[in-house]
Design a protein around this ligand. Sequence first.
Ligand SMILES: [Zn+2]
Length: 103
Amino acid sequence: MLLCRECGRQVASSQTRNGLCIDCQVRHSVADLRDEHARLWRKRERYRSQNANVAQIGHQIARVEDRMAQRIKELVSNEREAADHLRRELEAARGQRYTIKGV
Ligand SMILES: [Zn+2]
């Protein structure tokens, strides 16, 4: 067993890479996409409040979600676990719009 050097959780050494547990690996690998997702999400809400066309932004958001899913799949081979990770990262991305001020 090892302690993840970021979250401090005990993990099987076979599941770590660079001392990070799989959760932290996933979080790192999609960090930029998660920010991008949060940015687009806020933009869409802003457009929607102005009754502007949001279809284009919806496509962009879907593309970012696809890229997140791809990166997670590279780290997590189990399909159901990969889906769980993606769901958590998306929830985090959507929650982020409430915590980031401005932009
Ligand atoms: Zn960790």
